[in-house]
Write a protein that binds this ligand. Sequence first.
Ligand SMILES: *Cc1c(COP(=O)(O)O)cnc(C)c1O
Length: 360
Amino acid sequence: MQTYPLSMVPGPVSVPEEIRKVYLTDYGSGDFEPEFLELYAKAEANLQIIFGTKNSVVIQSGEAMLALWGALKSCLHPADRVLAIGTGVFGRGIGEMAASIGAEVKAVNWDYNETIGDLARIETAMETFKPRMITAVHCETPSGTLNPLAELGKLKNDLHIPLFYVDAVSSVGGAPVQADQNQIDLCLGGSQKCLSAPPSTCFLSVSDAAWDIIEQVDYAGYDALKPFHFAQNRKYFPYTPDWYGIAALNSGAERILNEGLTRCFERHQHVAEFCRDKLVQMGLTLFPSANAIPSPTVTAVNVPSGNTWPEFDARLRKHGLVVGGSLGPMENKVFRLGHMGSQADKNLVEKALAIIEKIL
Ligand SMILES: *Cc1c(COP(=O)(O)O)cnc(C)c1O
């Protein structure tokens, strides 16, 4: 297996030694032991702080896509209306996922290099379409952009939309999500992005309104949320919990809280600004449009003209640097530096940028 001294992929991020140690600890057969319930409750409390929520937080086995699917299936009856706000690959993809499970979906899209703009478009769609759920993505990882959530939360509240679903997978822990302040009912995260843990668990905050709907919909499946509603009280989980993964996730959360949430967000912002400034100084162009909000967790850059992505990538790898390509219409045109979690490190970014400069 090949590994690279410098990993700047926007997830999975490199896992710090302290978290790897926690992951590799032998927990024996602990699934319903009091120690497991204590660990789960501790992880929940830590994730509540990071999400900015008083709502319960569910931790499931599987990477973030599992939670993305599970929350849709658990909250939607067939033919329920979903307003999917898209500014990139994931925003559009969530609309397609909802449609594939039988929801009636209306999409409000912006270009892949934009963030949410004219709110009147969304407000009109909410008023006429009357969705049961609106969906949005906080950080559009393939585009390197960060959508504003506060305005959407206010519209959700003013227009009495039952559910607000937010994919915060690549922002939670790297940028303020403020789930309660932003009226988010289902706020979704994964272990392998800003939490710097192995890709084995996903987690989401669930509001009381969402729990009521989850009970009514009564969806059953491996990704179902309903069995988690009273799992801790009843000391019964729907499957053997991934104690190792949850311990690593909790260790990632503690790492963030020990640093201090505000300081952690500032570190991400600072590293991102440094990264963008240097890239522009080198003559590269950033993918997000001038009026889009760039993400503090990932920078998307146009592949320099005169290079194809595969050869550019191969040259970086020869120097020990691995960056991310991109997806959808940006595939082969955009590359990305993931400075989230353990990789939001100025020294690391400096080294990566020096290699990029060298091969240009
Ligand atoms: C990484 C990511 C996901 C989840 O992808 P996984 O394959 O489960 O890691 C979902 N949404 C966004 C915005 C992401 O960046």
